[in-house]
Write a protein that binds this ligand. Structure first.
Ligand code: DX5
Ligand code: ZN
Length: 220
């Protein structure tokens, strides 16, 4: 399986975003995970399309915009125009998942659906044929630095098995929340191939942590 490491911008130094994005890129991270929070769906407020647009010319990394916002349909085109490569929306935020995915696809970017830790996987099963990836939360969305919820591993295995059984395993599983060097092998063994990590990479030596995380899963 080819694994992509996605440092979460939420843990970067917000006064030095360009510097930290380039540090991630130069250390070999393939994806930049950008957490968009609205203070409504989740308690925190973070990044909007203006910041994505400002960072876009600075980096070649895949920009992975994780929308933790109510009414995501309203903002999809703005994030796509700002330079997102992937846009994911929470299934808990839309009444019309097919329409929302369609909107993302029509804006020319890859589409992901996100499920919270206790949102059943069945909420995305019917949508799988339209999706490029599924993002499984391993913490409750809203903040960096939270502890990994262990039930994630079983849920991820269940989804992976379902994807393989239905010849849908071209759809990637992304994991987000509490992933560190200590549990990344478990997460990849459970079926995830896009690994988001914020505090796990930005605490201490970022470049070394990215390299160690890549090496930790190189044989899986
Ligand atoms: C949480 C965000 C995560 C967060 C992960 O709501 O979606 O992307 O930045 O941070 P860590 O890896 O510190 O849990
Ligand atoms: Zn995220």
């Amino acid at each position: 399986m080819s694994i992509q490491i996605a440092p979460s911008l939420l843990s970067a130094d917000f006064a030095n975003l360009e510097r930290d994005v380039l540090r991630c890129q130069n250390a070999g991270a393939e994806v930049l995970h950008i957490d968009v929070m609205d203070g409504h769906f989740v308690p925190n407020i973070t990044i909007g399309p203006l910041v994505v647009n400002a960072l876009r010319p600075k980096s070649k990394m895949i920009f992975d915009c994780h929308l933790m916002i109510s009414n995501p349909d309203q903002y999809v085109s703005q994030f796509a125009e700002a330079g997102a490569d992937w846009i994911s929306i929470h299934v808990e935020t839309t009444n019309h998942l097919h329409r929302s995915i369609d909107l993302i696809k029509k804006s020319g970017v890859k589409a992901g659906a996100v499920v919270n830790p206790l949102t059943p996987l069945t909420t995305v099963y019917d949508a799988l044929e339209y999706l490029d990836f599924v993002l499984l939360m391993s913490v409750n969305p809203g903040f960096g630095g939270q502890s990994f919820i262990p039930s994630f591993l079983k849920k991820c295995e269940t989804l992976k098995t379902f994807l393989v059984k239905n010849s849908l395993d071209n759809i990637a599983i992304e994991v987000d929340g509490g992933v560190k060097l200590s549990n990344v092998r478990d997460v990849v063994s459970a079926g995830a191939s896009i690994i988001v990590s914020g505090s796990g990479l930005f605490s201490g030596n970022l470049e070394q942590n990215i390299q160690e995380m890549k090496n930790a899963v190189i044989d899986l």
